[in-house]
Design a protein around this ligand. Structure first.
Ligand code: GDP
Length: 458
């Protein structure tokens, strides 16, 4: 049982109107009370009510900060524990002063993700739901957000639970057969096992089908925009970024600190390569030479080659086309508002017609066609269907694949009429592997690893 209370700043630290500090623990309300001066005693406040008052230094009685305090009594809270949320003025100083006083009570600083971890440990959500909370926070497009939200609500969990239920039935059936071998219905049992294994394998396969797309929606398509100077790359980027509000994320603590810029096209997030120095790297051919451009191109999942349709093709462009031929790429013939000078037939020698888009960044013509081409390249038309459960988490994908393999082993064994107690081992393994997705069979180190990915205060 968890007995201590934790606190953390739940809002992003920086200049802002307000900041929220969250405290959770069985005794959190009692512990906050001595430093909160108000018309009402916090311990007598009803659940889900907000109270105006001041945070005070309990020793001197000095008013430290003017706040609103929200009380949420367990189990009707995010962690299922008693939760106190303190809304203070924004900015670093105010929250630091309040935090300092909290930490002088019996309250300690929360680890990243610890609130969510408590929600999990207290049984309010399972592991896949907890992981989806991270995805929610990190999502870069409406679409990715929607997928994560479904998973938070338990969409994936219920599918996994249903399959595990089928496997439990199967194991029970096998068990009876092991215990009462005199009934000798082995061949019947092996048919039963094969049927059940196929059934579950099919469901897993369906889930895995969504994995690639789910991963793209979550993580974005790594995209390189390449082309000669002055063909309109920056203009294109500005147009896309302007329409979609470029999101720049700063991810410290990864192997190298990177700045990623995301833009979304038709709800598909594109993760632009090396946008920290985009002005420099865009003009790959001229400024840093073909060698560097090859690196960018090699790293990308999607290459957008921008050409100026009002100019004849340049040697460099032929070289670039040669380089990216066969890769997931789209050729953008820009400046179609000007008289065309480009030789389309040459381009068609390198690229399929559906990968060639003519457009004008200036008049915005052809933007839709570009969006469509990208959708076509990465999605098999299911993107529009909202009721799919997408599996996007790498850990989940790996476990689904393992479970599928275990079931295949069980199926093959049943086919070869191998003794059923041997088959039982594989079925149980699959059941455990699926269980690991929802945290039913997860170890401590796995939990630490998962929750350490969270930001503070969540
Ligand atoms: P970059 O060097 O590839 O990034 O090219 P820029 O985006 O800086 O564009 C170079 C010039 O082409 C600028 O003067 C743009 O205004 C112009 N330009 C970009 N797109 C179009 C277009 O579709 N039509 C026309 N007429 N001019 C364009």
């Amino acid at each position: 049982m968890i007995s201590d209370s934790i606190a953390a700043i739940a809002t992003a630290v920086g200049e802002a109107g307000i900041a929220v500090i969250r405290v959770s623990g069985p005794d959190s309300i009692v512990e906050v009370e001595p430093i909160f001066k108000s018309r009402i005693k916090l311990t007598e406040a009803e659940s889900h009510t907000v109270h105006y008052g001041h945070i005070i230094d309990p020793r001197s009685g000095e008013e430290i900060e003017e706040v609103l305090v929200t009380v949420m009594k367990g189990p009707r809270s995010f962690t299922t524990e008693n939760v106190v949320e303190i809304s203070s003025h924004g900015g670093v100083i105010a929250v630091t002063r309040v935090m300092k006083l909290l930490l002088q009570q019996q309250i300690r600083l929360a680890e990243p993700g610890e609130f969510t971890k408590r929600a999990y440990l207290n049984g309010r959500i399972d592991l896949s739901q907890a992981e989806a909370v991270i995805d929610l926070i990190r999502s870069k497009s409406d679409r990715a957000f929607g997928i994560a939200l479904k998973q938070v609500k338990g969409d994936l969990s219920s599918k996994i639970t249903a399959q595990r239920h089928t496997l439990v039935e199967t194991m029970a059936h096998i068990e009876v057969n092991i215990d009462y071998p005199e009934h000798d219905v082995e061949s019947l049992t092996s048919t039963f096992i094969k049927d059940k294994c196929s059934e579950v394998m099919e469901q897993i396969t369906n889930l895995l089908k969504t994995a690639e797309e789910g991963k793209i929606l979550r993580e974005g398509i790594t995209t390189a925009i390449v082309g000669r100077p002055n063909v309109g790359k920056s203009s294109l980027l500005n147009t896309l970024a302007h329409d979609n509000k470029a999101i720049v994320t700063d991810i410290p603590g990864t192997t190298r600190d990177v700045i990623e810029q995301f833009i979304t096209i038709n709800n598909i997030p594109l993760k632009l390569l090396d946008t920290a120095g985009i002005r420099e790297t865009l003009d790959v051919v001229e400024k840093i030479g073909v060698e560097r451009s090859r690196d960018a191109v090699n790293e990308a999942d999607l290459i957008l080659l921008v050409l100026d349709a009002s100019q004849p093709l340049h040697m460099d462009e032929l070289e670039l086309m040669e380089q990216i031929r066969g890769r997931q790429s789209i050729v953008i013939m820009n400046k179609m508002d000007l008289p065309s000078m480009i030789d389309i037939d040459v381009i068609k020698r390198y690229f399929a017609p559906e990968s060639i888009v003519s457009m004008s960044v200036k008049t915005q013509e052809g933007i839709d066609a570009l969006e469509e081409s990208i959708s076509r390249l990465f999605f098999s038309g299911q993107l529009e269907s909202n009721d799919l459960t997408y599996v996007s988490n790498v850990r989940h994908i790996a476990l689904l694949n393992k479970a599928k393999q275990s079931l295949q082993d069980a199926y093959d064994a049943a086919e070869q009429l191998i003794p059923i107690d041997m088959i039982q081992i594989d079925v149980r393994l699959a059941w455990e592997q699926l269980g690991e997705i929802i945290g039913d069979t997860a170890g401590d180190s796995l939990l630490d690893q998962i929750f350490s990915q969270f930001c503070l205060g969540k």
